[in-house]
Design a protein around this ligand. Structure first.
Ligand code: ADP
Length: 306
């Protein structure tokens, strides 16, 4: 489900008190004006910019939409917001102007980072990935400067995708939220976009049955499967597991430690069986609790009604 919001501030107001810790946010912004400049950074704070420069990932991350199971609505939104406007900027003007930012939220391990990387791969943009806890620890008390520098750098390297993980922790730092809003609005003004098409948000839920099936298939695509392996049944038995949990189960089930006396050809042909999965399921429990989901859904319904 997608909810249209004018700004980031109401999101931050809603996420107050202890609930903050229960959510995992990502803000994901982009600069459409991207004539392929890839210019040198010549703004203030060159030292900080150099640190941030290290956070720029190779745009060719090798991840496509097909590597992300389910989440069709999120993929569609990101296509409309980022991929298509970069491909056909003239069409996406006026009433068709795209979202500047997409805020993805939901339980951890559900594919938010993966989606952001898939977008960067599809677009070939400069991908600036920042994890707040690590950067804020390093630049304690200077987060405002950090945000400014991040956007300056993104402009110098446009077209860019800025990916901020754990945005909630960044927004808790004094002054940072307003700097972030200034930057977001600044990006808008630079292309004559008026308010209202700034940031949209999308809830990224735990995978449903169909998505769990897809996810298991993606994980096992290069593995030999035993004839008894029933992916439908596995998907049924893994309700409540996140994408990350499911990936861990697939990894555990497909690792065989009795390979010492076998040839390489034999090892590569070892099929993964239903029993392997039964054993993996005993070891690996869902990391997101029912209580967490309930809190998300409650928050989500409140959120939707604003
Ligand atoms: P988040 O950013 O929501 O916390 P990630 O995108 O980092 O989660 O997901 C962690 C890992 O879990 C991924 O690297 C991938 O292996 C797996 N995963 C999670 N969701 C999906 C999905 N929808 N499709 C495929 N793999 C997924």
């Amino acid at each position: 489900m997608v909810y249209n919001t004018p700004s980031l501030s109401c999101i931050q107001e809603k996420v107050s008190g202890k609930d903050k810790a229960e959510f995992n946010y990502c803000v994901f912004l982009y600069n459409v004006e991207g004539v392929k400049s890839k210019g040198e950074y010549n703004g203030p704070d060159p030292q900080l910019a150099a640190t941030l420069e290290k956070e720029i990932l190779d745009a060719n991350l090798g991840l496509g939409w097909d590597d992300v199971a389910g989440l069709h609505e999120a993929k569609k939104l990101l296509q409309e917001a980022v991929v298509l406007p970069l491909w056909m900027p003239k069409y996406f003007q006026g009433i068709r102007r795209p979202w500047r930012g997409v805020l993805m939220f939901g339980p951890p391990g559900t594919g938010k980072t993966l989606l952001a990387k898939a977008v960067a791969t599809e677009c070939g943009t400069t991908f600036l990935s920042v994890t707040c806890s690590s950067l804020c620890a390093k630049w304690d008390g200077e987060s405002e400067r950090l945000v400014r520098c991040l956007f300056d750098l993104a402009r110098a390297r446009a077209p860019s995708t800025i990916f901020i993980d754990e945005i909630d922790s960044l927004c808790n730092a004094r002054g940072v939220k307003s700097e972030l809003l200034v930057q977001i609005n600044g990006l808008n003004n630079s292309t004559n976009n008026t308010a209202g098409k700034s940031v949209t948000r999308i809830y990224i839920p735990l995978p449903d049955f169909k998505s769990r099936k897809e996810l298991i298939k993606i994980n096992l695509k290069s593995i030999t499967l035993a004839p008894d392996l029933d992916i439908d049944q596995l998907a049924q038995r893994t309700e409540g597991y996140s994408g990350d949990d499911l990936t861990n189960i697939c990894r555990d089930a497909s690792l065989n430690d009795e390979i010492k006396n076998m040839s390489e050809a034999e090892i590569l042909e070892i099929p993964v069986t239903m029993d392997d999965f039964v054993e993996a399921l005993k070891k690996i429990q869902p990391t997101v609790s029912a209580g967490d989901i309930e809190r998300h859904q409650k928050w989500f319904s409140e959120f939707g009604s604003t």
